[in-house]
Design a protein around this ligand. Structure first.
Ligand SMILES: NC(=O)c1ccc[n+]([C@@H]2O[C@H](COP(=O)([O-])OP(=O)(O)OC[C@H]3O[C@@H](n4cnc5c(N)ncnc54)[C@H](O)[C@@H]3O)[C@@H](O)[C@H]2O)c1
Length: 324
């Protein structure tokens, strides 16, 4: 089985590539290194490729001829998408359409897609089930929802089968310490909390402490990146064994507030997190927690690394000695 992983030099992509390689699969990464790292690709084949270049994508697929594709490559900053929606609509859609077109042309019919809980928008039910209405509140989430809709059409017309995996908050680092999260700029909570311990010149801003939650700060569902990676490999197995396509939440079903995360990291680090409180950020729902049972039932998947202390401890270890 030969798998193309787009965005395989990025955070979740690189952990998934490692998981696929450990399963003995041939993996070819296509990545333009705009936010990813060549060193994160480890022992997979690698081509530096900007997926917005349609002819180059077609040629790369014709040369590699994969059996399946896992598509991580995207812009993924919610705030940036609000001020620059053009970048998100043009690039996230063009890259995906180029990949899907090349798949249709080379008769590759299995596609695993990085979708997001941001497609749900402000939830009217928590935990959020997969059949919850999808009304994204920012262009990033909207670009991902458009792609989910395109996938349904490509399934009907071309027989392309897909798994749309809606991640909640990816977090943590490879337990062996070879891979971790390294974004610039960083917008995710856990790396920022750790920076506020390690960098005396940096203070974490907690956005809002007056939400309708027990301690007033936002609650999120954190899922370990190693568990996410495992779910992608299982989704590929599932697409190989069945005729259908499916959309699944990937979360734990448990939520933690920003203040709980800070206190737990302080306990692990034995040092204080420098912080201030700022106003709420527009578009931040108070609580985002997955209904997580469908993925467990369909994929036979269980989170084995996603206790909140494992997530924080692996991230803490990585950020003290990042390899890239
Ligand atoms: N991190 C999260 O919590 C989270 C949550 C929900 C969904 N997602 C989705 O998961 C995917 C991966 O997220 P991540 O956190 O690993 O991001 P990341 O930025 O670390 O990885 C994205 C990768 O895609 C590559 N890329 C971007 N544009 C490209 C292009 N035009 N051509 C080729 N490569 C390109 C980047 O260089 C990078 O290696 C994204 O699609 C994101 O929307 C992430």
């Amino acid at each position: 089985m030969k798998v193309v992983v787009t965005g395989g030099a990025g955070y979740i992509g690189s952990h998934t590539v490692q998981c696929l390689r450990r399963r003995g699969m041939a993996v070819h990464v296509f990545d333009d290194l705009s936010t990813g790292h060549r060193a994160a690709v480890l022992d997979a084949e690698f081509s530096e490729l900007d997926l917005r270049r349609r002819d180059a994508v077609a040629a790369a697929f014709a040369a590699v001829r994969p059996d399946a594709v896992i598509h991580f490559a995207a812009h993924c900053y919610v705030g940036e998408s609000v001020v620059n929606p053009r970048k998100y609509f043009e690039d996230n859609l063009a890259t995906t359409l180029n990949v899907l077109g090349a798949m249709v042309d080379t008769r590759c019919r299995r596609f695993v897609f990085s979708s997001t809980c941001a497609t749900y928008g402000d939830p009217i039910r928590v935990p959020i089930p997969e059949d919850h209405p999808q009304h994204p509140v920012n262009p990033y989430g909207e670009s991902k929802l458009f792609i989910e809709r395109i996938l349904h059409r490509y399934h009907e017309a071309y027989g392309l089968r897909f798994a749309a995996l809606r991640y909640f908050n990816a977090a943590g680092a490879d337990p062996d310490g070879r891979l971790g999260e390294s974004h610039d700029p960083e917008t995710h909570l856990i790396p920022l909390i750790i920076r506020a311990v390690l960098d005396p010149g940096f203070s974490l801003t907690v956005f809002g402490d007056d939400y309708p939650t027990p301690d007033g700060t936002c609650i999120r569902d954190y899922i370990h990146v190693t568990d996410l990676a495992d779910a992608h490999v299982r989704a590929l197995d599932c697409l190989a064994a069945t005729d259908g396509s499916f959309a699944l939440n990937l979360g734990t079903g448990h939520g933690y507030s920003v203040l709980e995360m800070i206190r737990r990291l302080e306990a692990i680090a034995g040092r204080p997190v420098q912080r201030t409180t700022g106003p709420r950020r527009a578009g931040d729902p108070p609580v985002l927690v997955a209904a997580a049972d469908r993925a467990a039932a369909l994929l036979g998947w269980q989170c084995t690394h996603s206790s909140i202390d494992d997530i924080l401890a692996t991230a803490w270890r990585w950020h003290q000695a990042p390899r890239f």
